[in-house]
Design a protein around this ligand. Structure first.
Ligand code: C2G
Length: 129
């Protein structure tokens, strides 16, 4: 079984996230999502509309997602890859090159973002904080 992992905040989930999760899942047989906790989002300087539990509930309802785990720190990826026996780490190409150090542990794949949609754009167009 080929195991894939990705990480993110996934707030106000939209089809850009779905495009990423679908392609990530198709790279293997099992997809784990490291979901940024509220505390880690504060470190990422990201203000979330939905709480961790609400975002987790939404992700778990997506057919491409097999397991959701908390992402609490930048540095946890290497230990997650070992713990969950990950074959492929996937993330959007807005992170291109940023996680190349993981190549010593697993395949690293940067996928194209869906350019026209973002949580920030949704918030600004709906005039939410
Ligand atoms: N994404 C995408 N297209 C968009 C928006 C997001 O492909 N229009 C992808 C991002 O590239 C990322 C994932 O969806 O791979 C989740 O996006 P965010 O929730 O913005 O995640 P981010 O804040 O980039 O967190 O340790 C890694 C970080 O936790 C990543």
């Amino acid at each position: 079984m080929k195991r894939v992992i990705t990480y993110g905040t996934f707030d106000l989930i939209h089809y850009g996230h779905i495009n990423l999760l679908e392609r990530a899942r198709r790279l293997g047989d099992y997809l784990i999502v490291g979901l940024s906790t509220n505390e880690f989002n504060a470190i990422k300087n990201k203000k979330c509309y939905f709480s961790y539990e609400e975002r987790k509930r939404l992700l778990e309802a997506i057919r491409y997602v097999d397991l959701v785990i908390p992402e609490e720190a930048w540095e946890q990826k290497a230990s997650d890859i070992k713990l969950y026996q990950i074959d492929t780490f996937v993330i959007g190409d807005d992170w291109e090159g940023k996680f190349d150090e993981l190549k010593s542990l697993c395949e690293v794949v940067y996928l194209n973002r869906t350019p026209e949609v973002s949580t920030t754009k949704i918030k600004s167009e709906l005039k939410i904080f």
